[in-house]
Design a protein around this ligand. Structure first.
Ligand code: AR6
Length: 184
């Protein structure tokens, strides 16, 4: 059966979906991690598109997202979403809502552009040190709630780069999508 929300273990740059999401920084400059991999695979065109975007609209604030073409990638578009840098203590609540916003704003952009299949990496869980289990919960519940009211998006794929992330996502998907037979 077709699953509207699913998880795979692998490299997001290989996926021929409508849009892959980049864990970007506010400057939209390429960094390490998934953004480095996306920029390498997309070629110099993507760097130019990101520069143009920055010159036209300025930096992309935390929790927001912008969309560009995808250069040499097999996907049609890249959605550059800026997740928060994790902090413990009183800022933790803000960080969680910023992470949810990064997913939500990416999905809104996808809907605006008529994109139906979207792949997400685990935003903020690398260089930005967001706790992985908490990030998976926010990612899954935000996407789940969005898809319930947005029939346009036919599939969201969570791409896990490690065995550890794949195990976290599998357990979390089983838990948070229990009873959601139309989504999984
Ligand atoms: N496919 C899928 N997931 C990947 C890939 C890949 N090819 N490569 C890494 N990941 P990170 P952040 C996973 O650090 O924490 C960057 O330098 C990785 O295992 O890329 O949001 C940016 O330029 C991890 O689970 O993003 C920013 O400055 C997840 O992607 C900053 O780091 C996110 O890790 C963003 O930090």
């Amino acid at each position: 059966m077709h699953k509207r929300i699913m998880m795979i273990k692998g490299d997001i740059t290989h996926l021929p979906v409508d849009a892959i999401v980049n864990a970007a920084r506010t400057s939209l400059r390429s960094g390490g991690g998934v953004s480095g991999a996306i920029h390498r695979a997309a070629g110099p065109k993507l760097k130019k598109l990101c520069q143009q975007q920055r010159h036209q609209q300025g930096a992309c604030p935390t929790g927001h997202a912008v969309i560009t073409d995808a250069g040499n990638l097999p996907s049609r578009k890249v959605i550059h979403a800026v997740g928060p840098v994790w902090r413990w203590g009183w800022r933790a609540t803000l960080k969680q809502s910023q992470l949810a916003s990064a997913y939500q704003n990416s999905l809104l952009l996808a809907v605006e552009h008529g994109l139906q299949t979207i792949a997400f990496p685990a935003i903020s869980t690398g260089h930005y040190h967001f706790p992985r289990l908490l990030a998976a919960r926010i990612a899954i519940t935000t996407v789940r709630d969005f898809l319930k009211s947005n029939p346009v998006i036919s599939q969201v794929i969570f791409v896990c780069f490690s065995e550890r992330d794949a195990a976290i996502y599998q357990t979390s998907l089983d838990f948070y999508l229990k009873g959601e037979d139309d989504l999984c």
